[in-house]
Design a binder for this molecule. Sequence first.
Ligand code: CO
Ligand code: CO
Length: 327
Amino acid sequence: MGPGDLDRALCGLCVKPNPNVIIGFERGEDAGVYRISDDLAIVQTVDFFTPIVDDPRTFGRIAAANALSDIYAMGAEPICALNIAAFPAGKLDISILNAIFVGGLEKLEEAGVALLGGHTVDDKEIKYGLAVTGVAKPGEIVFNSGARVGDVLVITKPIGTGIISTAQKVDEAPEESLVEAVRWMETLNAGAARAMKIVGVHAATDVTGFGLIGHLAEMTIASGAGAKLYLDRIPLMSNVLELANEGMVPGGTRRNQKFREHMLELDGDMEAVWLDVLFDPQTSGGLLIAVAPEKADELLKALDREGAHGWVIGEIVDGRRISVGRG
Ligand code: CO
Ligand code: CO
């Protein structure tokens, strides 16, 4: 499932209530949750998009890591998946599609997820992604609505994939930024999900199309709280501020910003370019986790042990607003 402006068209759809639906599309959660029995729920999500890198196998890896992420964000374990693809069969060599699938499969195997099949349609533009099914105990699912005042906010990947991808489209992305962005986008959120399950956290989501503040806002609204972000501690990929300053800002950023600007309280000396960063749409971004303050250190250590990363970037506060400032 996923954050995108068009996904909002689902809102207002009228469906008959089903007692086994624990999380349906009405709630802004990362994936849907369906109860099979008292100790088993399936968690489902689908995500696919057009290539954001030139190399088809790399694109496959990124798309798969991205599709799996919503399962990890719910604290569930992905078990099986289906490919979804669109391909201009008459125009491009089929080996390109094959390379995309190979990349996707690499990530599924790394995640221990079985590929059960898929479907490809003839289309003008390449698109690829997956529908993923995960499992969890109903009581162990991590919602984005559970954040509590005083919680520490931890993010598990740096920000900047939208800005770097935009720069790449006009050949303005420095090689080091590109390499870094690809490496993060390919990285599974599996280790981060394991760490948060070991420690026990209050809330989690993954940072994707709405940008850091967009997804934080979904969490704070669902949790009935506000948040404070520490500008100096937000991890960024290389050259992201410079590229944003040069106008390498994807179209979605302004929409993201417009949608949430009424909630913002900005530090007076924050440079305007920071808004482009804080609302930068991420592909395969990190998990954003709200954890009790006394467990924050334990979470950072667990992330490290599980081969993931973690940065403390803020806290959950009283109120309804998101304030951004230094220190
Ligand atoms: Co999604
Ligand atoms: Co998500």
